[in-house]
Write a protein that binds this ligand. Sequence first.
Ligand SMILES: [Mn+2]
Length: 361
Amino acid sequence: MNLLKKFDKYIENVTQKDRIAIIHDTDPDGICSAVIIAKAIERLKEKKPVLVKTIEKKEITKELAALLKKKKITKLIVLDLSLDQNYKSLLRINKKIDVLIIDHHKIYSKKQMKNVLLIKPQFISQINPYEYCTAKLAYDLCSRIVDLKDIDWMAATASIADIAHKPWKSWLKKVFRKNKIRMKKDLFKTKLGQIASMISSAEVSDKKHIKKCYAALYDAKKPKDVFKKELVKIKKVVDKELKKLLKAFRRSEKHGTLHIYEINSKIEGIKSPLSTILGLKYPHKTIVIVSKSGLKAKISARRGDKEVYVNSLLEKAARGLPESNAGGHIPSAGATIRTKDYPKFKKRLIEEYSKLEKRNL
Ligand SMILES: [Mn+2]
């Protein structure tokens, strides 16, 4: 059976007795894809998920496994998370739970597990996986079996947030026209781009806001409904801090085209939108942003022109470090390490980078 048929079968098999959990990534793509899947199942099966939750580590922890058991989950849907990086952690949950993973990160494991259906763009299309965001993939998959045209703008918002718009230009134009939104050259300046950065701002300033973003999208009939007072206020605060940090970027450490920018901000997660903005501004530079807060150092990397694979770069620099994780896309990736390992990480990063630069000369 091909993958699309398997997907249809998975949805078809959802019954009234099922208890559905949706686990998604914390970023706009993760949140938009969660709403799209929840709406699709609700429209087809008149069922709402009993649990919608984000996780940051790409694994099923013992705590999460216990929660799924307590909630008597029978269907688990995982979105925008490369759980195949940690397939073994799936063994922590009941084998009777049917798992569906929709993700667009690189393929970490080709292993197939009996109760797990893994869908990535690489399996069904020719489009670069980092330019086929999870929300668009979920939208396309579900649109084959249920009408979701009224929420096409959510898939568009996620495509902008993930800088995954290039292959979808004509589709995006249609979505903008249909929703009466003005198209601009800088997609982040459009209404949907503003929603993308508002969700991202809310997410980075406090993970607790993620539920509010989910609810705002879920309840929205039109894009303008997402602009809730509280979310707009948060965006203003984050924008101000971003402006300050962008100004100070010129003080970052340079090693060839590698820029290492160590920041100290009260908004811990700000490194992600900051690196996205810098990555767009300097596509031929490799931007690595480091935010050290307590015991953990969090790292965000971007390379707009994809001349350097920042996912592999971070994976190499973090390899073998205790309690570390690293991964993501070719042009955009992240890592977490212990703060005390940062000097070692940084040394490796610079070494790996100079090796890459030599190879390209
Ligand atoms: Mn994504």
